[in-house]
Design a protein around this ligand. Structure first.
Ligand code: SAM
Length: 291
């Protein structure tokens, strides 16, 4: 049992090192995915978002996440736990003038470039681990985690830290892919695509949405809402093959080689699409809760 725990710790540490390297080298590629550097999937609303315009769906995901925060017109301290290039922060700052936004990431590239994109705005990106930040307890009104907690395997530590830094009545919103059943119950095809996805995108593992709900309850969160938005997200996932083909073509036409990390990212995107097709095993959820 002890050796098993140590093995997992080593795996987790190795995964973190690979994840940081991945984002330092491949973050710039995301400009191809999103002009606004959104590093997540989108949210489709018929007759509102154009399914052929990726960024309109990606920004709609930001809108949906922020809507769940129930931001009023008083001062609101927001933290983005795993903020990437700050896409969600910039969207929130544009919508609300009363927000002060903090983002955390472990990638130096994202800290530097993300802060450049935030110049003149009421936000800052810090190099911090969302599992163990230096923020004071009870200091934020809002916390979001968009496709970021999966890198730490949707672990309890991430939820615990979010709970610690949120003020009483503060809101947490998580948008991510989750398992619908235990990983041991996956069929061969689902298991293969899931393992390949984790490997290529440096995800420690995914958890079930029911595990997250249970942990949020144990931590003392209230008003927990778990919403399956898989069908809303699907149109943006279908952009993946076209985005991959376009990215490769652009590199070929400019006689530029493709970095190892970029290739890894492209393969990860492909496995995300394959994983998403196993709809009985995986789903995309927006989970919100109040401290
Ligand atoms: C797929 S990106 C999503 C970025 C952003 N939330 C978005 O939607 O554009 C995942 C992000 O999580 C960050 N991340 C992963 N593990 C982290 C950790 N332990 N502490 C802080 N950030 C982390 C990565 O650096 C990256 O910025």
């Amino acid at each position: 049992m002890k050796t098993q725990t140590l093995d997992y710790q080593n795996y987790s540490e190795q995964n973190k090192i690979e994840m940081i390297d991945f984002y330092n080298e491949a973050s710039e590629d995301y400009e191809f995915w999103s002009n606004d550097f959104n590093m997540h999937f989108g949210y489709f609303i018929p007759f509102k978002t154009n399914p052929f315009k990726r960024d309109s769906m990606l920004n709609q995901m930001n809108a949906q996440v922020i809507k769940c925060l129930n931001i009023k017109d008083t001062k609101n301290r927001l933290v983005d736990l795993g903020c990437g290039m700050g896409g969600t922060m910039r969207y929130a700052l544009k919508q609300f003038k009363n927000i002060i936004a903090y983002g955390v990431t472990l990638s130096d590239f994202q800290v530097q470039q993300g802060n450049n994109l935030l110049k003149g705005k009421n936000g800052i990106i810090l190099k911090e681990n969302y599992n163990n930040t230096s923020f004071k307890s009870n200091s934020f009104d809002s916390a979001v985690a968009v496709e970021s907690f999966c890198h730490s395997g949707h672990g309890e530590n991430s939820l615990k830290e979010a709970h610690r830094i949120l003020k009483p009545a503060g809101r947490l919103v998580i948008a991510d892919a989750f398992l619908k059943k235990d990983a041991t119950e996956l069929c061969k095809g689902a298991h293969y695509s899931y393992k390949s996805l984790c490997d290529h995108w440096s995800l420690e593992k995914l958890e079930t949405h029911s595990f997250i709900k249970e942990k949020l309850e144990t931590l003392g969160f209230k008003n927990i809402k778990v919403e399956d938005v898989s069908f809303r997200v699907a149109p943006s996932v279908l952009h993946v093959p076209f985005a991959i083909a376009g990215f490769i073509l652009k590199k070929l036409l400019s006689f530029k080689s493709i970095k190892r990390e970029s290739l890894h990212n492209l393969k990860g995107s492909f496995y995300a699409l394959i994983t998403g097709l196993h709809m009985k095993s995986f789903g995309y959820y927006i989970i919100s809760a109040t401290k």
